[in-house]
Design a protein around this ligand. Structure first.
Ligand code: ATP
Length: 366
């Protein structure tokens, strides 16, 4: 069994708490991304799973085996870091074969494994090239291959793509997903790049300041962020968040957006939760879940920036805490300074308590 259970894990460095009581179950064969900004505790968590750091409190279980005191070499994990670790004086083939050779695997098995991994990672044409003649992109591929060839039941990757170029990163996202499907390893993947997590992971554990914020499938954390941090961190651009107050009106329960001069009628699933809520809220909607209109009901705001990025256009509206972004598939002929009406899809809106940042009514937890 290669499920990983992080049970109330805490890590302190002197007086500083890098990880605060993390409880996370990673299923056997699951691709879990640990996602969050720099310094949130992702690598610390990973290093404890690998056995490079000891937890201050809590337990790590692989299946039902407690890992306390089990050294890294005996945990059966493969680990790939941001900075590739390979032997530059060897060929790609020798690098890939190194681990199985050290474990005295039969030559026929080494050849089979090296051939398979080389094929999966598109390294076959360069198997006999010396590593010191290869680009950083290819070297990172070799580093991933060197770990993967050991066929570890648990595969840990810490920002493996952050040093490779953008085009190559897109190719590698697909290859890593293939690799994991092929071997069905339990994969834990550390990244600060929400796109990597969204495109590859079965589930994402979003972290901030040493605290696990939410665990869910990519679509759950995108559609139902548990709090304002997740709402802003997931998605590019992140979710729009407009300050307002719940109020009763002849249209039922609305969020009064104050200085924006608009009121947003709440769908039934939110109206109930908001009726019992006192205090300010933030109305959240994804930039992709709104359109621009010329007349009718909507949130009026001046257009401040129009970014045309190929097939999509990102229109920025308003200013300060009432800034909004709307992503449109078509070219809206929007121009700087013009006024537009932002019309969010009210069925998809979210509402957060302004003081705590937590979602009101129906955040998803996986
Ligand atoms: P990054 O992507 O920048 O590595 P991260 O989310 O992986 O970020 P960690 O490396 O886990 O973050 O670090 C979490 C916090 O713990 C940071 O504030 C870091 O400075 C601190 N930290 C990590 N290792 C140590 C250490 N050995 N001694 C003291 N503080 C540490």
């Amino acid at each position: 069994m290669s499920a990983i259970h992080l049970h109330n894990l805490v890590k302190k460095f002197g007086g500083f708490t890098a990880l605060k009581t993390m409880d996370l179950m990673i299923e056997d064969g699951e691709f879990m991304a640990l996602l969050g900004p720099s310094g949130c505790g992702k690598s610390t968590t990973m290093n404890m799973i690998a056995g490079m750091e000891d937890p201050t409190e809590g337990r790590i279980l692989f299946g039902d085996r407690d890992m306390a005191g089990v050294p890294m070499g005996s945990r059966g994990v493969g680990f790939v870091f941001q900075n590739y670790a390979i032997f530059t004086n060897m060929t790609v083939r020798q690098n890939l074969a190194y681990g199985p050779k050290m474990h005295r695997r039969p030559q026929a098995e080494i050849d089979r494994r090296v051939g398979l991994i080389a094929e999966l990672l598109q390294l076959t044409p360069m198997l006999d090239r010396r590593a010191d003649r290869l680009s950083v992109n290819i070297l990172q591929r070799v580093a991933i291959g060197r770990s993967a060839v050991m066929e570890p039941a648990i595969f840990l990757l810490d920002e493996p793509l952050s040093n490779v170029d953008a085009a190559f990163r897109a190719v590698m996202r697909t290859e890593l997903k293939h690799l994991q499907r092929q071997f069905r390893q339990t994969m834990v993947y550390v990244t600060h790049d929400q796109l990597e997590a969204m495109t590859m992971a079965d589930r994402i554990a979003v972290m901030d300041h040493g605290v696990l914020q939410q665990v869910g499938t990519p679509i759950e954390v995108y559609n139902n962020p548990a709090n304002v941090f997740v709402a802003k961190f997931i998605g590019s651009p992140g979710m729009n968040l407009l300050p307002g107050r719940p109020a009763e009106s002849d249209r039922g329960l609305v969020v009064d957006l104050g200085p924006l001069g608009a009121t947003a009628p709440m769908p039934e699933r939110l109206a109930g939760a908001l009726r019992g809520h006192s205090g300010d809220v933030l109305l959240g909607f994804r930039p992709e879940q709104a359109v621009l209109a010329k007349d009718g009901r909507g949130i009026a705001a001046p257009i401040s920036v129009v970014e045309r990025i190929g097939a999509r256009t990102i229109v920025h509206l308003g200013e300060g805490e009432t800034t909004m972004k709307v992503v449109l598939d078509n070219d809206p002929h929007a121009s700087f300074g013009a006024s537009a009406l932002v019309v969010p899809n009210m069925q998809a809106v979210r509402v957060f308590d302004r003081a705590s940042g937590n979602a009101i009514g129906g955040a998803a937890h996986g």
